[in-house]
Write a new protein. Structure first.
Length: 147
């Protein structure tokens, strides 16, 4: 009986150590992401294709768009940071091919290159980051991205 109690305590201690490690890493991740936010003053611009021809019909005609002030990250989220987000939260990528790609190109998934994610996964990261900071964190709109 005593053996089981001790082994349970060892396992619990080890797991809480992992939890503390991830908690510390998550705090660093959140701080790193928020430190790279830059302010973009809103304004007005011509959005779309002014040339009159486009494969995409939603770019014609070019139209005037007003964008409010917003913040955007100076750098893209790295693969390392996205992997840490998944480890901390238990998030599973929305694209079933993710694990297959990761197995075929492991060097691509453990580095500082921009994250390989879908829009759904990127949005999940933003929602988590917002929950951690108490601020609205979202992907830029098409107009904000073009601005």
């Amino acid at each position: 009986m005593r053996y089981h109690v001790i082994s349970s305590l060892v396992v619990t201690s080890a797991l809480s150590g992992c939890s503390l490690y991830y908690e510390s890493q998550a705090k660093d991740l959140v701080q790193r992401q928020m430190d790279t936010m830059i302010f973009v003053e809103g304004g007005e611009f011509l959005m779309g294709n002014p040339g009159g021809w486009s494969v995409r019909s939603d770019t014609i005609p070019a139209h005037r768009v007003i964008v409010d002030d917003f913040y955007i990250q100076k750098y893209e989220v790295s693969q390392q940071d996205f992997e840490l987000f998944m480890a901390v939260t238990g998030y599973e990528p929305s694209d079933s091919r993710y694990k297959d790609m990761k197995n075929k190109m492991p060097e691509r998934f453990d580095n500082a290159l921009p994250a390989v994610t879908s829009w759904i996964d990127s949005n999940a990261f933003c929602l988590w980051l917002g929950k951690q900071t108490g601020k609205e964190v979202r992907l830029p709109t098409e107009a904000e991205w073009e601005y």
